[in-house]
Structures are given as structure tokens and as C-alpha cells.
Ligand binder design. Structure first.
Ligand code: ATP
Ligand code: MG
Length: 282
């Protein structure tokens, strides 16, 4: 993250016109050689954009990020078909550390800071792949998160949930990513902190041009900062559109934004589709 250049406005570009930094082509993922979790999933993340990946529990969102980051082998998971292409290069079989070196950085669900290490040491651990740039990047992270600078000597395990999330993002930035992936950064945080996290993500994107792929349960907040969104269910993308169009889509409103539906949480987007199809036949 040295000398970040201002980004062109990604909002003006759709994924069809902008260069895709990441392209996931029709991937299938299997765990333990039998459990098929991703069933032909495709998505793309244009350079300089924020893309939100939304969907109900168990849809396969985290699995998607693990497939992109190369973390499936440690969970007996495997991409059995399709490809992951980053900056035009097929990285489907590349090991995870090499992907980090190439600029893919994942902030896993649940934050996972090193609780016994100080804030500063947590950050330095995130920069292990590029020790020569660590000092400069640390300076950038402290500038971007003045609160982390104030707390640099504190033990990470004693920070609040929101502070730990900021630290987790700061640590991911230490790897100098071109694509930052965040798995439910707002999990377990109070509404005000959720806003703060997303405001941070938006500012990072606007000020440094960093490309972001974010998984989020909190669809309303995610769509308010994202440029483009994908909705997945049962291992496939069910719907994709600009974030604004998704936020206005009546089905998305009912099933993901909790507007207009009764017990919407128990249904799924798939149900809406089936219902619509039936209605057309009647
Ligand atoms: N290591 C694993 N071994 C076997 N099955 C797994 C493994 N990890 C995930 N799964 C299964 O894959 C499916 C998708 O899981 P995943 O964690 O990707 O979903 P998710 O969309 O991130 O859900 P959530 O919103 O709850 O985080 C689930 O049915 C889950 O049980
Ligand atoms: Mg998950």
C-alpha cells in the first residue's frame, strides 16, 4: 500500500466494460471428495470496484473466498472444475502463500487476530511476505487507522470487537493487496460499528483504489457501499446487478433487506423465483 494512487470512479463502470482483476469461471468445489458445495459459480471483480457477495447461511460464500485464496486444501476441499483467474493468470492450482504475494488478501470470518501479540506485532505479522516494504506500509496503516496507532502497544486480545476488526483489516493491508477479500467483517458488531467498518472499506476504495470483494449478511449496508452485487444460493449465483439495482429489486428487498415480507428469513430467493414462475403459468 505504498503511495496509493487515486482510483478512477468505478461506479461509472459495469463489470462488462471495466478490466476484471479477478474472474471466477464456473467453479465446482467439493469437500472431503464427496460434498459438492459450489456448483458452477462464476463472478468477476472489476479493478477498483467494491463487489458484495450476499446470500443465506450455508450458500457457499466463505467457500468461494477460500477457493479464490487457495485455502481449500487445508480443509480437504478442492476446486474440481472451472478456473480462478487473477490479473489474467490462471491461479486455480497455485498455493495460498503465492497468491498472497501476488496481491490476494483475505480477512477471514471471526477476525482471528493473534490475541497475545501487540497491535504492532499483529500488523507486522501481516507483512511477512514483503519485509522490505513493512515499515512504509505500517506507516500507511497507522495513518489510515489513527486508533491503531494510538493502541500500537496494546495486547490485541483485549481490544473491543470493532477494534479487532480494524486490526484484522490493517493486518490484511500489510500484505500490500491488490484485492482485499473480507468475510463478514460486521459479524457480531453493534450497528454503529457496522457503519464504521463499511465507511472504512468505502474510504479505502475511494482513496487508494483498492479493489474489494466483501461477503456480508448485512445486505443493506453492503449494497450502500458496493458498486456491484451477487446473490448466491446453494452454491450458485442466483442474481447479479449493480448495487443500486439490487437494493431496489423488490425480491431482494423482501428476502435480504427485510422490507415488505412477513417471515422473510425463513424463505429464500429460490422460493421467490419458483413462486414467480408458478404465477406466470396460472
Ligand atoms: N470444511 C468443510 N467440510 C465439509 N463441508 C463444508 C466445509 N466447509 C463448509 N462446508 C459446507 O459447505 C456449505 C457452504 O459453507 P460456507 O461456509 O461456504 O457457507 P456460507 O455461505 O459462508 O455460510 P455462512 O453465511 O453461514 O457463513 C455448507 O453446507 C457447509 O456445511
Ligand atoms: Mg461464511
Amino acid at each position: 500500500m505504498s503511495a496509493p494512487a487515486p482510483a478512477p470512479s468505478p461506479g461509472a463502470r459495469g463489470p462488462d466494460t471495466a478490466a476484471a482483476l479477478l474472474r471466477v469461471n464456473n467453479i465446482e468445489v467439493i469437500y472431503d471428495e464427496v460434498i459438492l458445495v459450489l456448483r458452477g459459480l462464476s463472478l468477476e471483480v472489476p479493478e477498483g470496484s467494491i463487489v458484495a457477495l450476499l446470500g443465506s447461511n450455508g450458500a457457499g460464500k466463505s467457500t468461494t473466498l477460500k477457493a479464490i485464496s487457495g485455502l481449500l486444501p487445508s480443509e480437504q476441499g478442492e476446486v474440481t472444475s472451472g478456473s480462478v483467474v487473477f490479473e489474467g493468470q490462471d491461479i486455480t492450482r497455485m498455493d495460498a502463500p503465492e497468491r498472497v504475494r501476488r496481491g490476494l488478501s483475505l480477512c477471514m470470518e471471526g477476525r482471528h487476530v493473534f490475541p497475545h501479540l501487540s497491535v504492532a506485532d499483529n500488523l507486522l505479522a501481516g507483512g511477512y511476505t514483503r519485509p522490505r516494504e513493512a515499515g512504509e506500509t505500517l506507516g500507511f496503516v497507522y495513518e489510515f487507522f489513527p486508533k491503531l496507532a494510538e493502541m500500537r502497544g496494546r495486547t490485541a486480545g483485549f481490544l473491543s470487537g470493532g477494534e479487532q476488526q480494524m486490526l484484522a483489516i490493517g493486518r490484511a493491508l500489510m500484505a500490500g493487496p491488490k484485492l482485499l477479500m473480507l468475510d463478514e467483517p460486521s459479524l457480531g458488531l453493534a450497528p454503529l460499528l457496522v457503519e464504521e467498518i463499511f465507511e472504512t472499506i468505502s474510504r479505502l476504495n475511494a482513496e487508494t483504489g483498492l479493489t474489494v470483494l466483501v461477503i456480508e449478511q448485512n445486505a443493506r449496508t453492503a449494497l450502500s457501499v458496493a458498486h456491484h452485487g451477487y446473490i448466491m444460493e446453494q452454491g450458485r449465483i442466483m442474481l447479479e446487478d449493480s448495487a443500486g439495482a439490487l437494493a431496489d429489486n423488490p425480491d431482494v428487498k423482501e428476502f435480504y433487506l427485510g422490507i415488505g415480507g412477513g417471515d422473510s428469513e425463513k424463505k429464500s430467493y429460490r422460493d421467490v423465483k419458483h413462486y414467480k414462475r408458478r404465477k406466470r403459468w396460472l
